[in-house]
Design a protein around this ligand. Structure first.
Ligand code: 5AD
Ligand code: SF4
Length: 477
């Protein structure tokens, strides 16, 4: 069939339209299999955050339905990079990898290469790819990921050149497409897409578009289906989960949603990512305290401890407000683990500003922290700010901060030594097959004697020995 015939025959409604393309692609792939005398392989490589990891599961779900077999080897019949662009080095990594893929493609003329995700939403990236990476077959962005089956089928039939489909924004959410989960027992679940906050350093609002929430009933339905399929832990995903509900017809808050999800029978653990401090409500703290399945873990990005810098970052809270939130959280949920993201070297950051960050870190005593060196993202307000901090000064501050967060992280982990905690068993230990590895509610890893049959189960484990950032333990009756 020609591409024009294919598009003319396709239904207008979603997701039916995508299922039609899956069926058409299946036929093409089955023919190729016969020619080659083997199954076709696909490799989905993910860069970046949990949101991208979930999107990759959607890509893989469709590829598997079409008939591809998953492989981790990038020398495959179809390779797709789901890209990130939050920091400059994320982009550089992709360009580096593409060179390697070109080598594979020269040997396998039938090989197809796809690119999608946040980096593709940047016009300069597309120009660069068009000029220098002509061997790429398919490029699309974050807003039309649901169209993957359609785009992929078109690329399969396309004889010449790249297929590029990038949208500026969308208000569309398409439900009920195939998904292939990485883990049988845990899963990410999107609750909202996009971000309206426009922190001045951040590219996300430009590449993920305006915030839109999924309907609570769709979320609950999806989780019920996951539980029926063996999932015991969900991670509710949104760029700013605290503002969940904006744009929905019925009035529903993130705390309401947590309570609804908590009521789902058979589900054991609920996590969420990421809350914004400016929207952290008392109602949410209360829901976290009272919903028995919600893990006592709050990832609360600080970004900077200096009120002056926070203002320039457009974060809309002060140092004091943030510390007040932590105090409230700890008063209501004494065993809560608090983790964070911090950026060092934002434009104009003085030694005094940096010492404010160190001061907050010292006062909060985080369980762990992701520390980042500020990366200039073209198109964001911060990229045009004066007083970019010299590299050696940033490096020195970064090292001092890292030493402090590591010391605190170590103290926090150590403080649990000797206690008995619930652990979700995730896998047989890679180095020692007599051990299994799992996660505490606060996300810390524990290794202990066990076997494959325990994967996906929650067991009580005595944390015998702290090894820095993880434990060696044993089952406790
Ligand atoms: N430079 C450095 N770090 C950044 N982040 C977002 N944008 C930038 C940037 N331009 C960090 C923030 C955010 C995390 C996901 O990435 O800390 O919370
Ligand atoms: Fe970026 Fe700020 Fe939105 Fe987070 S809240 S995605 S840091 S703009």
């Amino acid at each position: 069939m020609s591409i024009t015939d294919l598009l003319n025959n396709a239904p207008d409604q979603e997701p039916e339209r995508q299922y039609y393309f899956i069926e058409e692609a299946k036929k093409i792939v089955a023919k190729k299999e016969q020619e080659k005398g083997r199954k076709l392989t696909c490799c989905v490589t993910t860069f970046g955050c949990q949101m991208n990891a979930r999107d990759s599961e959607k890509l893989l779900g469709i590829l598997k339905q079409i008939g591809y077999v998953e492989t981790e080897d990038e020398n495959a019949d179809f390779v797709i990079y789901n890209t990130c662009t939050v920091r400059e080095n994320a982009n550089n990594k992709v360009y580096g990898h593409l060179g390697i893929l070109h080598g594979y493609k020269k040997k396998n003329r039938d090989m197809m290469i796809g690119l999608c995700g946040c980096m593709m939403q940047e016009p300069t990236v597309i120009e660069h790819l068009k000029a220098n990476y002509k061997f790429v077959d398919l490029i699309f962005g974050t807003h039309n990921l649901y169209k993957f089956a359609e785009l992929f089928t078109t690329a399969l039939l396309n004889k010449k050149g790249m297929i590029i489909d990038i949208w500026k924004d969308t208000d569309k959410i398409v439900e009920n497409l195939p998904i292939s989960r990485k883990y049988p027992f845990k899963s990410g679940v999107n609750i909202s897409f996009g971000c309206n906050n426009f922190c001045s350093y951040c590219i996300v609002p430009y590449v993920r578009g305006r915030e839109r929430s999924r309907k609570p009933e769709d979320i609950v339905e999806e989780i019920k289906g996951l539980v029926a399929d063996g999932v015991v832990e969900v991670m509710l995903l949104g760029q700013n989960v605290n503002s969940y509900g904006v744009g929905l017809e019925e009035k529903v808050t993130f705390a309401d949603l947590l309570r609804m999800v908590n009521d789902i029978e058979g589900l054991k653990r609920i996590r969420f990512m990421t809350p914004h401090p400016k929207d952290l409500s008392d109602e949410l703290i209360e829901a976290m305290a009272t919903c028995d399945k919600v893990c006592h873990h709050m990832h609360l990005p600080l970004q900077s401890g200096s009120t002056e810098i926070l203002k320039k970052m457009n974060r809309r809270y002060t140092k004091e407000h943030y510390l007040g939130l932590v105090e409230k959280l700890r008063a209501r949920i004494p065993d809560v683990a608090i983790t964070t993201d911090i950026i060092v070297g934002f434009p104009g950051e003085t030694e005094e500003d940096f010492l404010d960050t160190m001061d907050v870190v010292d006062k909060v005593h985080y369980d762990s922290a992701f520390t980042f060196i500020y990366s200039k993202r073209t198109g964001t307000p911060a990229a045009a700010m004066e007083n970019q901090v010299p590299e050696d000064v940033v490096k020195d501050r970064f090292d001092r901060l890292l030493a402090l967060v590591q010391k605190h992280g170590h103290d926090k982990v150590q403080s649990l030594e000797g206690t008995v905690q619930e652990v979700l068993v995730e896998e047989v230990n890679e180095q020692d097959a007599s051990l299994v590895s799992g996660k505490l509610a606060n996300n810390v890893t524990v290794h202990f004697p066990g076997d494959e049959s325990m994967i996906g189960k929650i067991v009580n484990v005595r944390l015998n020995c702290c090894k820095g950032f993880y434990f060696i333990g044993e089952i406790s009756e």
